[in-house]
Design a protein around this ligand. Structure first.
Ligand SMILES: [Zn+2]
Length: 377
């Protein structure tokens, strides 16, 4: 399972052994919402840009094409032709943020599909069954992510229910993993810490879920409107109460600077839509700040997005050409920017791992932060 290889301050360097291969941590997972990274990026591309883990969204795949369809086709790995690890979220976040009219009950959530309005029910058991059909490497627990503005009473009641839901998730996953027709009988379940910005609720919840001895734990409900300082504070408050010999996953975060700070507080796993979403808008990351390739100053710029970058865009194409493609709305423009940005994130994680291995994380973090925070757009 997870092997803690080294610590540099609170920064952890580890390995998660799975049936789909070893994940070197800290790691950034590349987000392919509906089993593809938006921006016409193929699984072959992902291999080229150093992607270790692909993340897909359970809710989207459940609604379309349907998890039973994917199961009939041999599971998500076979369906999208990707043989490295895949993490699926629980569907909870989308149910709570995307779906129309919803009702939360002890058994789960009743809601309407955002595609065709049909009524759907999802509870812990349903979420585990869908993720088992998808046969991802890592399944996430079904939880409620209360708003960062919710009052204390609401958050406490929600977190108590999330603990009960986690116990049900664990029982159901064990049952599913023991069935003869389960595609991935070694599917791993990660629990999720919640509690909005209430420190004591977060800590008590972390301690309760740590007792369940799951293969990994996530910190959820952050990057939803609180300040960066509040977020860092919650991470350093919660991380010491999660088992050190298990991976810690900070869900949906964030910018390169957020990742550098969170690694420093003991986080192993990350995911975020920023690199692909920004890439689709011509915003690209470099070690000299973010560039907006739509700017006129790149019209005659024949340099790559970043000198020395090993991504498929920089190895071959100029800023001027990619800018032209973006302005002409050629899909290739978007695609090249997304490939560069994901490579930038994946490569940064490799640098982070090397720095921790060599015991120079603080020095590396300082130098990288001054680069990525430079104003260049
Ligand atoms: Zn590049």
């Amino acid at each position: 399972m997870y092997k803690l290889l080294k610590k540099d301050g609170n920064a952890k360097r580890g390995e998660l052994h799975t049936v789909h291969g070893v994940i070197q941590t800290p790691v950034f997972m590349n987000v392919g919402t509906a089993a593809a990274i938006k921006g016409a990026v193929s699984t072959e591309d992902l291999e080229q840009i150093g992607t270790q883990v692909e993340l897909s969204n359970t809710y989207h795949l459940h609604v379309r094409p349907g998890d039973t369809v994917i199961k009939k086709l041999g599971g998500l790995h076979k369906f999208m032709s990707w043989n490295r690890p895949i993490l699926t979220d629980s569907g909870g976040f989308q149910v709570f943020s995307l779906a129309g009219l919803r009702k939360i009950k002890e058994e789960g959530v009743y809601f309407q599909s955002h595609i065709d309005g049909r009524k759907i029910f999802m509870g812990p058991e349903e979420s585990m069954q869908i993720q088992s059909n998808l046969a991802s490497t890592i399944a996430m627990a079904f939880d409620e992510c209360p708003s960062s503005r919710a009052d204390r009473d609401y958050v406490q009641r929600s977190v108590d229910r999330t603990v009960r839901w986690l116990v049900r998730c664990k029982t159901e996953m064990e049952r599913l993993n023991s069935l003869p027709d389960t595609i991935n009988p070694n599917q791993l379940l990660f629990g999720i810490n919640q509690g909005a910005i209430f420190e004591d609720i977060r800590i008590e919840h972390a301690q309760r879920i740590a007792e369940l001895d799951l293969p990994g734990y996530a910190i959820g409900g952050l990057a939803v409107g609180e300040t960066h300082e509040e977020m860092y504070h919650i991470i350093e408050t919660v991380a010491p109460h999660l088992p050190e010999n298990k991976p810690v996953y900070l869900m949906g975060v964030g910018t390169p600077a957020n990742i550098l700070e969170a690694v420093d507080r003991g986080v192993d796993f990350f995911d975020c839509v920023y690199p692909s979403r920004n890439g689709r808008h011509g915003h690209v990351y470099t070690n000299h700040g973010k560039l907006n390739l739509f700017n006129a100053k790149y019209e005659l710029d024949d340099r790559p997005i970043e000198e020395g970058c090993g991504c498929p865009a920089c190895r071959r194409y100029s800023r001027a050409y990619i800018r032209h493609l973006l302005k002409a709305k050629e899909m290739l423009g978007m695609r090249l920017c997304v490939l560069h940005n994901l490579y930038f994130y994946n490569h940064m994680m490799e640098e982070i791992r090397d720095a921790i291995d060599q015991g120079r994380y603080q020095e590396y973090k300082k130098q990288k932060l001054s680069g990525v925070l430079a104003k260049n757009i």
